[in-house]
Structures are given as structure tokens and as C-alpha cells.
Design a protein around this ligand. Structure first.
Ligand code: APR
Length: 240
């Protein structure tokens, strides 16, 4: 990279980056999918079959996220620092539905799987910031008369959000970094190949090598909260 040129960096985060903040991942031991069936709580069919069970699942996760002590960790803060250093050459894409990136100071976060702290009107599709619990008696605040609201979460079988922007960013990226994701869910699992096709250097930072680790140019193994701050400070020193 020539002098003065700031590399274009795309970061993808998964549940592993929030693990040290006390939030469960999905597929680690005692993960969310150990205690809930995906079909029941993360599909449109599950919502249609038993909306109450789905409302309870996301109300519990929202309440856990709002529990005192659940705070951004050093990995979230390191990514906010990297955004500061790279400006518009940085894009953070997350599969996570928590708000820990924003609370750590990240300004532009693309939540491709939606957000726990918003609800979606079942009639207009509009997303509404929603901090408290809700159920099927709750009416949206955007329609008259109010329609039902559903969790603003992208379920299996639904189209992830922001894909147009993500595809363009991956094609233009100089560096792609995947942090704390098992790489088992598409289309996010394909991002490393898409970035590599565009000529990006690809780096995986994970507690243990993911199923996709061989697809990456570099693998950094360790807890994100411990390895990412160092990685970011060296990256800023060398490239910004
Ligand atoms: N630091 C870094 N990585 C970690 C840490 C940590 N402290 N703790 C766990 N990990 C890693 C695990 O090794 C695992 O590879 O985080 C990954 C978590 O994987 P998953 O539980 O599968 O979570 P994720 O990859 O985000 O799942 C993707 O699947 O169910 C859907 O919509 C859901 O967004 C989710 C998607």
C-alpha cells in the first residue's frame, strides 16, 4: 500500500465478540441453540406456530442485554478505535443483534441479522426502536389502527439486511477480518471468499480455528477481548 493510502477494511463480527461481555453465543457449549430449537424461535414458521414462545425468547435476550454489567468489552472498543483511524475506509458488519458495538463508540454498524432493541411492524415492515418487552397484544406505533409488532430480527429463510452495501464493500476491500464467528451461516460464511476474490488479505480472529480457517490468509487464535486491541494498535501504527 502506497504512502498516505488508508486500506479499505471490512470487519465481520459474530457472537464470539460479545461472549466476554457475558452474552451467550449460539453454537458453543451451553449456547443458545443448545436450549432452543432454531425452528421454534428463529423462523417465520416458528413465529406463526407459537408467537408467544418467540416473543419470550427475544424478550429474555433483550432483558439480558439490558442487565447492568453487560457492557462492551475491549474488542468492541478496539473496533471503534479502528473506525476512528480509518474513517470511511472502514465498514463494520455484524451478525449480532446486540448494541454493544454502538455502545463502544462504533458509529456505522450494519446489522445484517437485525437488532434486539428494535421491533418491526407486521403491517408496514417499519423498524421501531423498542427497549421494553412486547408480545402479540402489543400494537405498533406507526399504523392506525396499530398492527402487531414482531422482533426486528432476520430469521432463517429471510433475506439478510444491507447486502447490497456489503457486497460492494467486500469487492473493494483491501483487508477482510472475521471476528468471533463460526462461519456456519450463509451468506456471511461466504464473505471471506468474496473478499479474497476481490484481492483482499483475509484474517480470522477466533477463540479456536473455525470450520473456515483454511480459507483465511492469517488466523489469530485467542479471545477477541485479549488479542484484538493489540492487533488494532499495530494495524493503526502500520497503515494509518
Ligand atoms: N473471542 C473470539 N471468538 C470467540 C470467543 C471469544 N471470546 N468466544 C467464542 N468465540 C467463537 C467461537 O469459537 C465460535 O467460532 O465465536 C464463534 C461463535 O459461533 P456461533 O455461536 O456460531 O455464532 P455466530 O457465528 O455469530 O452465528 C452466526 O447464526 O444462529 C445464527 O443468526 C445467528 O447471527 C447468528 C449466526
Amino acid at each position: 500500500m502506497s504512502d498516505g493510502y488508508k486500506p479499505r477494511v471490512v470487519v465481520l463480527t459474530g457472537a464470539g465478540i460479545s461472549a466476554e461481555s457475558g452474552l451467550k453465543t449460539f453454537r458453543d457449549s451451553n449456547g443458545l441453540w443448545e436450549n432452543h430449537r432454531v425452528e421454534d424461535v428463529a423462523t417465520p414458521e416458528g413465529f406463526a406456530a407459537d408467537p408467544d414462545r418467540v416473543y419470550r425468547f427475544y424478550n429474555e435476550r433483550r432483558a439480558q442485554l439490558q442487565t447492568p454489567g453487560v457492557e462492551p468489552n475491549a474488542a468492541h472498543r478496539a473496533l471503534a478505535e479502528l473506525e476512528q483511524a480509518l474513517g470511511e475506509h472502514f465498514l463494520l458488519v455484524t451478525q449480532n443483534v446486540d448494541d454493544l458495538h454502538e455502545r463502544a463508540g462504533s458509529n456505522k454498524v450494519l446489522h445484517m441479522h437485525g437488532e434486539l432493541l428494535s421491533a418491526r411492524c407486521c403491517q408496514s415492515g417499519q423498524a421501531i426502536r423498542w427497549l421494553e418487552s412486547f408480545d402479540e397484544t402489543t400494537e405498533c406505533r406507526c399504523c392506525i389502527p396499530g398492527a402487531k409488532v414482531r422482533p426486528d430480527i432476520v430469521w432463517f429463510g429471510e433475506v439478510p439486511m444491507h447486502m447490497d452495501d456489503i457486497i460492494i464493500a467486500l469487492a473493494q476491500a483491501d483487508v477482510f477480518i472475521a471476528i468471533g464467528t463460526s462461519g456456519q451461516v450463509y451468506p456471511a460464511a461466504n464473505f471471506v471468499a468474496m473478499a479474497a476474490d476481490g484481492g483482499a488479505r483475509t484474517i480470522e480472529i477466533n477463540l479456536e480455528p473455525s470450520q473456515q480457517n483454511s480459507l483465511f490468509d492469517e488466523n489469530i487464535v485467542g479471545e477477541a477481548g485479549k488479542v484484538l486491541p493489540d492487533f488494532v494498535s499495530h494495524f493503526i501504527r502500520d497503515y494509518c
